[in-house]
Design a protein around this ligand. Structure first.
Ligand SMILES: [Ca+2]
Ligand SMILES: [Ca+2]
Length: 143
């Protein structure tokens, strides 16, 4: 349970020994820190499912503050330009697209990552699903 300030909670979430961290009534687990696996979107999703979750559903700005390029559970793999959460049930309550995104660049971008560069942090980008990124899982219960 993370009952500290938002900044402290995210520091905890990104810390080397973290498993599931409760935040905003959900549990999150971040993967892809130095020395850890990075993965393409499909592999990341199956990894999260093996842990009893799915790629993260982001419902609000508070949950959007992970600071690394990171897969989340949104894609338009089923229907082009219709973005949905990979758990198949969560409604899309919040989006935070970067300028001019999603742009489906090359007709081949169907998976969503939190982008990070010198200009933007935490803005969303549709990206090619085969790329290896960090990823964040979420699930309803921590135990
Ligand atoms: Ca697309
Ligand atoms: Ca894009």
């Amino acid at each position: 349970m993370c009952t500290n300030t938002r900044a402290t909670c995210f520091k905890l979430l990104l810390s080397p020994h973290s498993g599931w961290i409760r935040f905003n009534n959900k549990c999150f687990m971040f993967k892809g820190k130095k020395g850890e696996i990075k993965a393409n979107w499909s592999y990341a999703r199956s990894w999260c499912k093996d842990q009893g979750g799915d790629l993260a559903v982001i419902d609000n700005q508070y949950e959007n503050d992970l600071e690394l390029p990171t897969w989340i559970g949104m894609s338009d793999l089923l229907v082009e330009n219709q973005y949905a959460w990979s758990d198949g049930v969560s409604p899309v309550l919040y989006t935070n697209w970067n300028d001019k995104e999603p742009n489906n660049a090359g007709g081949a971008e169907h998976c969503v990552a939190l982008a990070h560069n010198h200009l933007v942090s935490g803005k969303w980008n549709d990206d090619a699903c085969h790329k290896d990124h960090s990823f964040v899982c979420s699930r309803k219960k921590c135990q």
